[in-house]
Design a protein around this ligand. Structure first.
Ligand SMILES: [Fe+2]
Length: 230
């Protein structure tokens, strides 16, 4: 499985604090059967330019790479881009896609979205070289933004859900229902550390297989492959 969302690069954002922690997270991902993992540090357009962000990301990646082994999951560089006004006509946005793909992991604000914001996401997604992947859709679904989400999904925006949505007892039922309804396309661990935000896709997959059967895991794999198509 491909993990579409993580903060495993060392000392870059609120994720892994050190190379040692990053290595421990990668080893745990390997144990859980993750073949590749997208490193998606937070990108905030009002705080840093894409150039500086990409340089800092590269430096963190190189530190990690000194310890990387071929048997560990492959790390694909990306970003978790926070929505900003004008994102749909930013030329630089293409540099923030996951390496070798058209996938742009997009984080939306927790506020009520305007019609303009939803339209911008769709405009971004309609660009030929961009496939928008909405990060942790479960954070927005149970809010007044649900209508906008339904609109986005009908217009082929992909939705990522976090492993924790399936693992946590209090949200599990809702997660399985959304997966059954076809609203969840791919999974990400959104792992940050070894304490409270650990890699969790193995547990999420077990939960899905036990509750809904292998068919739904196969469906996630098919959507994953569709999203990663060049
Ligand atoms: Fe994240």
């Amino acid at each position: 499985m491909f993990d579409f969302h993580s903060h495993i690069l060392p000392a870059l954002d609120d994720g892994s604090a050190s190379v040692e922690e990053s290595m421990a997270l990668l080893l745990e991902c390997k144990r859980q059967g993750i073949a590749s993992i997208a490193a998606t540090p937070h990108f905030y357009a009002d705080k840093v330019s894409p150039e500086v962000f990409l340089l800092q990301r590269q430096q963190a990646f190189e530190k990690l790479n000194l310890h990387q082994h071929p048997h560990l999951p492959a790390v694909v560089l990306g970003a978790e881009v926070q929505y900003y006004d004008g994102i749909s006509h930013s030329k630089e946005i293409l540099k923030l896609r996951m390496e070798g793909t058209k996938v742009l992991l997009l984080e939306m604000p927790q506020t009520r979205w305007t019609h303009h914001m939803c339209q911008e996401v769709l405009l971004l997604n309609h660009q030929q070289d961009v496939r928008v992947l909405l990060a942790h859709m479960e954070r927005y679904w149970f809010t007044p933004n649900q209508k906008c989400l339904e609109w986005m999904h009908s217009q082929h925006v992909f939705f990522q859900a976090n492993g924790s949505f399936f693992v946590q007892r209090q949200t599990r039922k809702k997660a399985l229902q959304l997966l059954k309804n076809g609203m969840i396309d791919v999974l990400g661990s959104d792992c940050h550390n070894q304490k409270d935000r650990r890699p969790n896709l193995e547990a999420a997959q077990k939960m899905i297989a036990a509750a809904l059967g292998q068919k739904y895991l196969d469906r996630l794999t098919a959507r994953q492959n569709q999203l990663l198509q060049p």
